[in-house]
Design a protein around this ligand. Structure first.
Ligand code: UDP
Length: 148
């Protein structure tokens, strides 16, 4: 099997998914949820909220200080977004495949970004969806967005 880590995935995983403010503003919430469910994943929690800077600083901790961070926070706090917990077998990798590459222009046709996110010049951040990149990130992000 390709990818040495494949054999290590034995359990149902969880991913934290955000339908970013551009997805909500463009009324693509239903379309993105449809694709996630059609793939066979289960949405186990869902909330709409507007994120503040403190939450985004924790969510994007690895990007604080990078040149694209201030405009990214401005965009991510610009309006309501939808946060989800999605469950399924190998969902971490699967959701990221469903979403496509970070840069919408490079994202494959058939992916959410490839089909639905246009080229917005230098604003790579308007790419509709976030999904956790590892099981560790997923648990950290779920605790952040779905704190009791
Ligand atoms: N981003 C950006 N400029 C860049 C790289 C990333 O605005 O040069 C934004 C973009 O919205 C991306 C987010 O920062 O989705 C997080 O970046 P990451 O590399 O983690 O990409 P992702 O995991 O979201 O594909």
């Amino acid at each position: 099997m390709p990818g040495g880590s494949l054999g290590a995935v034995t359990e149902i995983q969880r991913s934290l998914v955000l339908l970013k403010p551009d997805a909500v503003a463009r009324r693509l919430t239903g379309e993105v949820l449809r694709r996630i469910e059609a793939k066979g994943y289960t949405i186990t929690a869902l909330q709409m909220r507007t994120a503040d800077e403190a939450l985004l600083a924790e969510h994007y901790a690895e990007h604080v200080g990078k040149p694209f961070y201030p405009p990214l926070v401005e965009f991510m706090s610009s309006g309501p977004l939808v946060a989800l917990i999605v469950e399924g077998y190998r969902v971490i990798e699967g959701i990221r495949t469903l979403i496509g590459a970070t840069d919408p222009t490079a994202a494959a046709p058939g992916s959410i970004r490839g089909d639905l996110a246009g080229d917005t010049g230098e604003k790579v951040q308007r790419n509709l969806v976030h999904a956790s990149d590892s099981p560790e990130s997923a648990e950290r992000e779920i605790a952040l967005w779905f704190a009791a």
